[in-house]
Design a protein around this ligand. Structure first.
Ligand SMILES: O=C(CO)COP(=O)(O)O
Length: 260
């Protein structure tokens, strides 16, 4: 049923871009994307400071996402944004568990699980990031690491249709060292197997699993050709015109695969 999953392409701007540059990105890159919204969901995640501007400026067929959400609700939590504040503002998506947040801001699996639960309860859709380090891959523990990351979110999710899983191997993020299509395919297949075993076969078949890590306009075609890859979470290349090619490649490819 691979052909039945609508593709999903996200641009994660991380902490990049001053005001003028991000305005340019919205006007000249995002608002000129060519894609069929029936075939691919496109989201863009600017810095928190630029969310409001982006929400006003982006074309209707693109959704704005937050790169993070508070572990807590509203209240005395300096520097945070609560899930309810995002939904109240009309934001529909949030990225949770990005490896940069795990590594640099100490977000453990349990924290990610709680954030996922809070975000879903508040009505947000979640892009859940998981992935292994190079050391973990080289010691053949990739699947064990992914299993721990997924297990920590198992109880948090009641409705998997609200979740997109982003497989982002840490060694491929910002390094120019993209996973081979075969590596990504194999790992996505493991994630789908986890879903079949821990949720249900049906949910596993329906859940979108996207790849992130040095995706660009050159390698996106080979990656999207893999039946288990349902789109991308793009970092560096989402700050360039290359993002247009990535989105159009996904849109053109959707529906061309044989149903399994
Ligand atoms: O972390 C990423 C997206 O969330 C990927 O970043 P790059 O595309 O820059 O490797």
């Amino acid at each position: 049923m691979e052909g039945a999953r609508r593709y999903f392409v996200g641009g994660n701007w991380k902490c990049n871009g001053a005001l003028e540059f991000n305005k340019f990105l919205i006007e000249d890159v995002i608002n000129k994307l060519e894609f069929d919204p029936a075939k691919v969901d496109v989201i863009v995640a600017p810095t928190t400071l630029h969310i409001a501007m982006a929400k006003v400026m982006v074309a209707d067929n693109v959704k704005v996402a937050s790169q993070n959400v508070s572990l807590y609700g509203t209240g005395a939590y300096t520097g945070e944004i609560a899930a309810e504040q995002l939904t109240d503002f009309g934001i529909e998506w949030v990225i949770i568990g990005h490896s940069e947040r795990r590594a640099l801001y100490g977000e453990a699996n349990e924290t990610v699980g709680t954030k996922v639960s809070n975000a879903l309860e508040a009505g947000l859709n979640v892009i859940l990031c998981i992935g292994e380090t190079l050391e973990q891959r080289e010691s053949n523990s990739t699947n064990d690491v992914l299993k721990e990351q997924l297990d920590a979110c198992k109880e948090s999710v009641k409705d998997w249709s609200k979740v997109v899983i982003a497989y982002e191997p840490v060694w491929a993020i910002g390094t120019g060292k993209v996973a081979t299509p075969e590596q990504a395919q194999e790992t996505h297949a493991y994630i789908r197997q986890w879903m079949a075993e821990n949720v249900s076969e049906e949910v596993g078949a329906a859940t979108r699993i996207i790849y992130g890590g040095s995706v660009n306009d050159k390698n996106c075609g080979d990656l999207i050709n893999q039946s288990e890859i349902d789109g991308f979470l793009v970092g560096g290349a989402s700050l360039k015109l290359a993002f247009q090619k990535i989105v159009s490649t996904a849109s053109e490819h959707q529906g061309t695969q044989e149903s399994a």
